[in-house]
Write a protein that binds this ligand. Structure first.
Ligand SMILES: Nc1ncnc2c1ncn2[C@@H]1O[C@H](COP(=O)(O)OP(=O)(O)OP(=O)(O)O)[C@@H](O)[C@H]1O
Length: 775
């Protein structure tokens, strides 16, 4: 099996190098305001947790990412509690004073949760301080302030649990996890509440109601992680002493907001707050239950782990299909909490990186192959790029200037109002202070009239002031009554709102219950679908097996049929030839008999007509006016000449003859020659020659008992065999014999003493043969 990946690391690779190649850029992205998802995938006990968390000596991705992040933001970190989570995956900014107040409240009421973990000087945190390479991100904006929040959740049996929530460890009951904060001692402990997934206004999925812990250093962050880690479900299996039984997700959230132009306070505008997150995911390993020795609860866990991983696989496959075909078929993220939570990442809201871990144990070969094949497919899925978060400092400055001008105007207005007030306050004086009222002289006509006029003036002034005051009083009274009315209406509205809120809360609770019910129904349906799909797959497998068997049996029967047809055709041809041969032999015999009878009849007629004389009968000397050697054609058995018509027809047919004439053949130059016109004459036939012919003629010569040359023409038919060769089947032999008539005469003389009848028969055969042949 050959698979290709962007990078491959062997077993000796250090955690540092792995971090440099894989995770460093994700911290860069985090600072730039982009989201990132980094997860480890592989079979059980292949090193996923080791890669993600690492050991004390070799810290993994998680401590290194935290270390790099805090190294980068130390100088520009915001005070604690300045950023406040809004419960809907967003943040808002509060003033430094409010933040200080909140800090004091938290210090007084430590049970208020979630609370920042104390600095734990454990061996682990100490060792992580010794991460010897202090990376720093250069994209830090000095005009912004940053804060880090962490949340830690696990997905167990397809339910999401908060690992940093207000859960207290129960010292009596094991397992420890599973107890809600218990205010009344002795109350029954309730199981942990699973969390729901929701989508925020930016279409990012988040765990609703999850605890977000603000951390100010790597140590604090890692302490929070350890706190959650203690609650995580880990169990001993045959393949891993500490096997993760759930998918764990640590979210590192970086919140940033710009400072005002004076560089003193954070701007409290929500649109300028950027919250990015890096999700570090340690997936539970896929496993075969038989191999892990899982049973009971473990087997249920394994089933859920495998099914959620299968859903992840299906979603990625569907995404790739959609990208390949340009289609937009629905990707079923909701089939598992794992894929539902990561939905936004796969839809382009961040970068996704997967580290595939392999266990080099031979026994894991098959499962490793599945893992690498999935990973190879997954890397072909393209996820859209997300935008960098950029703070528009110009617009911030402009806004700040506008705000400054506004504030200045407000201040000026207030100043004028104060002045007016002061002026009006001076207007309430009754006039000049009393002059000297001492009357020293009875003839003083100035002091008393002056006093009288002054008092008159004062009385007039007092009356005017009274009027004004009563007018102001009226205005105030009317304002007060309108304020009271307004307050009453506001009170009424408040009551209405409260009633409305109570109704809405009721409705919300009802909807919550419905959602839970529907979710559980959905789970049941999903499980049923899985069972059906499994059965369907089994049936499809059976069907394809049966089809394959049917096909093979069909091809077997076809082969057998062909074989039988060939055998039948061969046998039929053989039988036909045999029958023809026998018929021909019988015909020949019968014709010979007929001829003999005719001849005898003719001779008898002659004898009767000539009166027993032998004049009409040709003598051997008269008949044989031929050269010394005459060809005599006959079948190999001695006897009367045969009708050779059928043989001639065979020779004369328009077939493609191949004449095999060995180089030792003697030309007899007799009268009778075969009428065959061979297409090709060869001394030694090659397979090619035979392939080009339909008939085959072999000329064979030998010396007979009398010392004459006997020529045999062996005729055959060429068949093309099924395997591509040729086969010659010999069907006829034509024998050409030579006979010396003088020798025959001698023979007749020696036989002179035999009876006339016998002699006549012998003579007949000797001359009739020749005559028949010649005719
Ligand atoms: N590269 C490595 N170097 C040294 N030890 C390793 C390495 N990878 C894994 N291990 C060790 O192998 C064991 C199993 O690893 P780990 O627990 O990380 O597997 P896992 O894939 O998370 O398993 P599971 O899915 O069951 O949780 C651990 O003891 C771990 O320390």
């Amino acid at each position: 099996t050959e698979c290709q990946f962007s990078r491959v690391f062997d077993s000796n690779v250090s955690q540092k190098r792995l971090f440099d190649c894989v995770a460093q850029t994700m911290v860069d992205d985090l600072v730039r305001g982009k989201n990132g998802l980094l997860f480890t995938y592989g079979v059980t006990s292949s090193g996923k947790t080791y890669t993600m968390t690492g050991s004390l000596e070799e810290p993994g991705f998680l401590p290194r990412c935290l270390d790099m992040l805090f190294n980068s933001i130390t100088a520009v970190q915001a005070s604690k509690y300045v950023f406040v989570p809004d419960g809907m995956n967003g943040f808002h900014v509060q003033s430094e004073a409010d933040a200080l107040l909140e800090k004091q409240e938290r210090d007084i009421l430590p049970q208020l949760t979630p609370k920042t973990p104390n600095k734990i000087e454990s061996a682990a945190t100490f060792s992580f301080r010794n991460i010897n390479v202090h990376y720093k991100e250069k994209n830090i904006n000095p005009e912004c302030r940053y804060s880090v929040f962490v949340s830690y959740v696990e997905i167990y049996n397809d339910y999401v649990y908060d690992l940093l929530g207000d859960v207290q460890l129960d010292p009596f009951n094991r397992p420890k996890y599973g107890c809600l904060v218990d205010t009344v001692p002795g109350d029954l402990l309730r199981p942990p509440q699973s969390k729901r997934l929701r989508e925020d206004k930016n279409k990012n999925m988040f765990v609703y109601g999850v605890s977000q812990v603000e951390v100010a250093s790597t140590e604090e962050a890692f302490a929070a992680f350890q706190q959650g880690q203690e609650r995580r479900r880990i169990a001993h299996t045959q393949l891993n002493a500490e096997s993760s039984r759930s998918h764990s997700i640590l979210n590192i959230r970086l919140v940033q907001a710009p400072l005002d132009p004076l560089g003193e306070d954070l701007l409290q505008e929500r649109s300028l707050i950027c919250a990015s997150q890096l999700s570090l995911v340690d997936l539970a390993g896929s496993e075969r239950m038989a191999r892990t020795g899982a049973g009971g609860e473990r087997s249920r866990e394994a089933g859920n782990i495998n099914s959620s991983l299968m859903t992840l696989r299906r979603c990625l496959e569907q995404l790739r299909e959609n990208q390949k075909n340009g289609s937009s078929d629905m990707v079923k993220y909701r089939n598992s909490k794992l894929t539902h939570l990561f939905k936004s990442y796969f839809e382009g809201h961040g970068k996704v990186k997967m580290v595939v871990c392999l266990n080099p144990n031979m026994a894991e070969y098959d499962e490793n192959i599945h893992v690498v094949q999935f990973a190879e497919m997954a890397q072909q899925v393209e996820v859209a790029r997300s935008e960098d978060f950029k703070v528009d400092t110009e617009s911030i400055k402009r806004k700040a200037m506008e705000a400054k001008v506004k504030a200045e105007e407000e201040r000026r207005k207030q100043h004028t109002a104060m002045k007016q007030l002061n002026k009006e306050a001076s207007d309430y004086s009754l006039g000049q202070p009393f002059p000297n009222l001492e009357v020293m002289d009875y003839a003083d006509n100035e002091t008393v009239p002056g006093l009288i006029s002054m008092l008159e003036h004062r009385i007039g002034r007092m009356n005017a002031i009274k009027k004004r005051v009563s007018r102001y009083g009226e205005i105030f009274r009317s304002n007060l009554s309108s304020c009271t009315q307004h307050e009453q209406s506001v009170q009424q509205q408040l009551k209405d709102c409260e009633a409305d809120l109570a109704n809405k809360t009721k409705e919300l609770n009802k909807l919550d219950r419905q959602v839970k019910k529907l979710e559980s129904k959905n789970q049941v349906l999903t499980r049923t679908t899985q069972v059906f799909e499994k059965e369907k797959k089994q049936l499809q497998d059976q069907l394809s097996d049966a089809e394959a068997m049917l096909k093979s049996s069909q091809s077997d029967s076809r082969r057998l049929e062909m074989k039988m047809k060939g055998a039948v055709a061969n046998t039929k041809a053989h039988v036909e030839k045999e029958c023809e041969k026998r018929v021909r032999t019988v015909q020949t015999e019968m014709q010979e008999k007929m001829w003999v009878k005719d001849e005898r009849l003719r001779q008898l007629k002659n004898i009767i007509s000539t009166g027993g004389g032998r004049e009409g009968r040709p003598t051997a000397a008269r008949r044989c006016q031929t050269p010394l050697k005459q060809p005599i054609s006959s079948v190999s058995s001695p006897g009367p000449p045969v009708a050779t018509k059928h043989r001639r027809s065979c020779s004369a047919s328009h077939s493609n003859w191949l004449a095999h004439l060995p180089s030792s053949t003697v030309q007899t130059e007799t009268i009778l020659q075969p009428a065959i016109r061979p297409n090709k004459v060869v001394n030694v036939p090659s397979p090619k020659d035979v392939a080009g012919a339909s008939k085959y003629l072999l000329t064979h010569q030998r010396e007979d008992g009398t010392g004459e040359i006997e020529t045999q023409l062996v005729k055959g038919e060429v068949f093309h065999t099924r395997s591509g060769g040729q086969q010659v089947q010999f069907v006829d032999i034509e024998t050409l014999k030579q006979h010396d008539p003088q020798k025959n005469e001698k023979k007749s003389i020696t036989r002179s003493e035999t009876s006339i009848e016998e002699a006549s028969v012998d003579e007949q055969s000797s001359w009739t043969d020749v005559e028949t042949r010649v005719s």
